[in-house]
Design a protein around this ligand. Structure first.
Ligand code: FES
Ligand SMILES: [Fe+2]
Length: 404
């Protein structure tokens, strides 16, 4: 990284600068890529349960196009879209109690890809048991449908998160998917850049002070307009930051945020710092190398309005983010502008990581270590094969620091 920088001409002219490129080890997520293999060892959300119906839908995740549906018995299914017979898409299929029937010649597949019927063949198909439409296992939890796209013999237990367990009667789960404005402004279901931009952002407490608080105005809580004292620390399977600030009233408060292998974050409430424990888990989900989306499951008061913090709660002259002009975006950039501004896939060889990037350096180091472990046949950090070990404890929250 530094090497490419050093080769620049001494007067800093843009002329003759070396070619730059992404850190492909972390940005390529398709099948058979190192990071793609790592990602495939974890359950990844692919849909919101309530939106997975008998109407087949395309989902694109980790560079693979798949068909997601729910059969009329209520089971969700995730199949390779090209029918194994002669390759038309199951997008036009008809969902039944038993599975999905291809529109072309009616081959019927269940949610695990078993071929149940071939109507044009003698006896409805004599060799059904040798036919199998490629499929992935799915499970539902926290209002999301999760898929496991890795090697079947390595399938871990779908994890639980302590902050999403044991609901009080007046609480409920809320799940949504979308890159930006997912809470009420669904103008951008998928964002046109790498998952790593958002993943970096999670362990970057300093941009909260600049981008969200002092550059143009307050986009989240007022209290973030104070430079924090920051520590980073590793956890069992991730990194946390602690950002301490002394508030106007003299109290000190500590904002703890978490990143969990390989693409999970738990961020404390960014609008109301009096909400102590974080109430949400979010996946920064690679759609492919240069697109991502997010899936969030959050614990909310029953009946809470949608739009808890559309575009980080930020409106300009009453406008939602997608209603703003280019000039208004220039005048009031937020996460989308900063991250999309890094390009479809950032050029990591020309970065100049500094002391404030320590959390990002830690994250990337862990990701690379775990990519290596998977490449050597091991199991990556944070996967559990016994339900007794599948509870992830989350530290994230807004905490007042007690001084003796
Ligand atoms: S292409 Fe699907 S049944 Fe023929
Ligand atoms: Fe941000």
């Amino acid at each position: 990284m530094a090497e490419a920088t050093r080769r620049r001409v001494p007067d800093g002219s843009a002329y003759g600068r070396p070619e730059q490129h992404a850190d492909y080890e972390l940005t390529q997520v398709g099948p058979r890529t190192p990071c793609g293999e790592l990602m495939r060892r974890y359950w990844q959300p692919v849909g919101v349960s309530a939106q997975v119906t008998s109407r087949p839908q395309y989902v694109r995740i980790l560079g693979e196009d798949l068909i997601l549906f729910r059969d009329k018995s209520g089971r969700p299914g995730l199949l390779y879209p090209r029918c194994m017979h002669r390759g038309t898409t199951l997008f036009y299929g008809k969902v039944t109690d038993e599975g999905i029937a291809c529109c072309y010649h009616g081959w019927l597949f269940d949610v695990e890809g078993r071929c149940l019927r071939q109507p044009c063949e003698p006896d409805g198909g004599r060799n059904l048991d040798v036919a199998r439409q490629p499929w992935y296992p799915v499970e539902e939890r926290y209002g999301l449908v999760f898929a496991y796209m890795g090697p079947p013999e390595k399938k871990p237990v779908l994890p639980r998160f302590d902050i999403l367990e044991n609901f009080a009667p007046d609480e409920e789960i809320r799940a949504y998917m979308g890159a930006f404005g997912a809470t009420g402004d669904t103008s951008m279901p998928i964002a046109p850049y790498s998952w790593l931009h958002m993943n970096d952002n999670v362990m970057d407490p300093f941009h909260v002070y600049v981008l969200h608080s002092t550059f143009t105005g307050v986009q989240f809580a007022n209290q973030f307009a104070v430079m924090p004292r920051v520590d980073f620390f590793t956890t069992d399977a991730g990194v946390c930051y602690s950002a301490k600030r002394v508030l106007d009233d003299g109290r000190e408060y500590d904002r703890i945020s978490s990143w969990i292998m390989p693409n999970i974050m738990s961020v404390p409430n960014p609008i109301d710092i009096n909400q102590e424990k974080s109430n949400m888990i979010t996946w920064s989900l690679p759609v492919d190398d240069s697109h991502f989306t997010m899936a969030t499951a959050s614990r909310v008061p029953k009946g809470m309005q949608e739009g808890l913090f559309a575009n980080g709660g930020f409106r300009l002259n009453g406008k939602l983010w997608h209603e703003m002009s280019i000039e208004e975006h220039q005048d009031t950039p937020g996460d989308y502008e900063a991250q999309a501004g890094q390009g479809p896939v950032s050029l990591h060889t020309e970065e100049h990581l500094a002391g404030s990037d320590r959390g990002i350096i830690m994250q990337r180091r862990i990701l690379k270590q775990q990519i290596q472990i998977v490449a050597e046949g091991g199991d990556p950090a944070g996967v559990a094969f016994d339900p007794a070990n599948a509870l992830v404890k989350i530290r994230s929250g807004n905490y007042y620091v007690a001084h003796a």
